[in-house]
Write a protein that binds this ligand. Structure first.
Ligand code: SF4
Length: 290
């Protein structure tokens, strides 16, 4: 699939967040070249690039650093402080896509936050080892850097996470960040259905994360919006129809209860804090935000 890159002028960059654990989000790009099969952000494609496949386009918010600077000054005037809450990079793209190496939009936005003297928490969530490029900057900020690690198996990544970097590269990057003194965390989401049948895989994942210095894990149940179901099931029908019943089962409360028991037992005796003290479930979060 050929990647189409467009440069765009963003109207806003710092957006109020509806996600648990974040007050604001910064998305340096529109679209995501990783194109994970379960991505809940794929709805953006319908809206911004109708008819285009998720993963086939990325819009670069070329003016994002300048806009962010203006927004920070405006919010400082409003709040009378340099702390307006926690900021997450990113919610509907990956902040360290391959093209970030060239455009450096995420890096420049972080430099703006540093130059402004932002005093709130900043959090990065990525699947890309390119994040290690910015260790120098992370050291100057009040930041935590998280990697999404849904599995330890590179073949599962290739199957479900499109062009995203392999799990082994993410583990290596997390270790490098930890050794550089950066606070790191792991995000296991969506929780894949095989964890209920191969319980030892979840246990192995936690053990690996603990061994590379992770102290906090965030877990999230799969979020089956109509667009997620449409894309994922169309892909599975072609590639592995036998997995469809497993994924369908993952959309029930009974399944979520069963998985949470497995998680509880796998976490027992480990020095891993569960982010928000619960497994995130998007529909529940939505109801709470109403
Ligand atoms: S990396 Fe994140 S935003 Fe990008 S396609 Fe995968 S799930 Fe979606």
């Amino acid at each position: 699939m050929k990647l189409k890159i467009n440069k765009i002028q963003a109207k806003s960059v710092l957006t109020p967040s509806k996600l648990p654990g974040a007050d604001w989000v910064v998305n340096s790009y529109v679209g995501c070249s990783f194109g994970c099969k379960y991505c809940y952000a794929a709805f953006i494609g319908r809206w911004k690039h109708p008819g285009k496949e998720w993963g086939s386009f990325v819009d670069v918010k070329i003016n994002a650093p300048e806009i962010l600077k203006k927004e920070l000054l405006k919010l400082e005037r409003k709040h009378g402080s340099k702390n307006f809450g926690s900021i997450l990079f990113s919610s509907v793209t990956d902040p360290y896509l391959g093209i970030e190496a060239k455009y450096q939009i995420t890096r420049k936005c972080l430099e703006v936050l540093f130059g402004f003297g932002y005093q709130g928490e900043i959090s990065i969530l990525t699947k890309s080892p390119l994040a290690t490029r910015d260790i120098d900057l992370f050291k100057k900020l009040n930041i935590s850097v998280g990697f999404t690690v849904t599995t330890l198996e590179d073949k599962v990544v290739r199957f479900l996470e499109g062009n995203a970097p392999p799990a082994s590269a993410r583990i290596k990057a997390l270790k490098q960040l930890y050794e550089a003194g950066i606070f790191t965390y792991a995000f296991i989401g969506p929780l894949l259905p095989h964890f209920t049948v191969q319980k030892e895989k979840l246990e192995q994942l936690f053990t690996k994360l603990e061994s590379i210095g992770i102290k906090e894990v965030w877990l999230e149940h799969i979020h089956f919006t109509p667009i997620v179901k449409g894309r994922l099931f169309k892909y599975l029908e072609k590639q592995a129809p036998g997995l469809i019943p497993e994924f369908k089962k993952a959309d029930t409360q009974e399944y979520r209860n069963q998985l949470e028991k497995i998680i509880k037992s796998a976490l027992m005796g480990k020095n891993l804090k569960l982010g928000l003290n619960e497994v995130i479930y998007h529909r529940k979060v939505k109801q709470l935000n109403k």
